[in-house]
Write a protein that binds this ligand. Structure first.
Ligand code: SF4
Ligand code: SF4
Length: 60
């Protein structure tokens, strides 16, 4: 299972929540939180779309 993390650089813009095809992220307060890591398919769309490079996806 890929390891998905969001750094403190997140601005809560919500792009990752609309980009991820399997709904790994949810905006809680003003930041993105990883709520569904188990479904991540490591497509890296979120990594490529995040404007502040806050997301890391490590494949195992
Ligand atoms: S796309 Fe990046 S900055 Fe925007 S909510 Fe997701 S992690 Fe945060
Ligand atoms: S790599 Fe793809 S499936 Fe995994 S969290 Fe990012 S957008 Fe979602």
């Amino acid at each position: 299972m890929p390891k998905v993390t969001v750094s403190e650089d997140c601005t809560g813009c919500g792009i990752c929540t609309s980009t991820c095809p399997v709904e790994v992220f949810e905006i809680q307060g003003d930041v993105a939180v990883v709520i569904n890591e188990k479904d991540c398919i490591a497509c890296l769309l979120c990594v490529n779309e995040c404007a502040v490079n806050a997301i890391t996806v490590e494949e195992d």
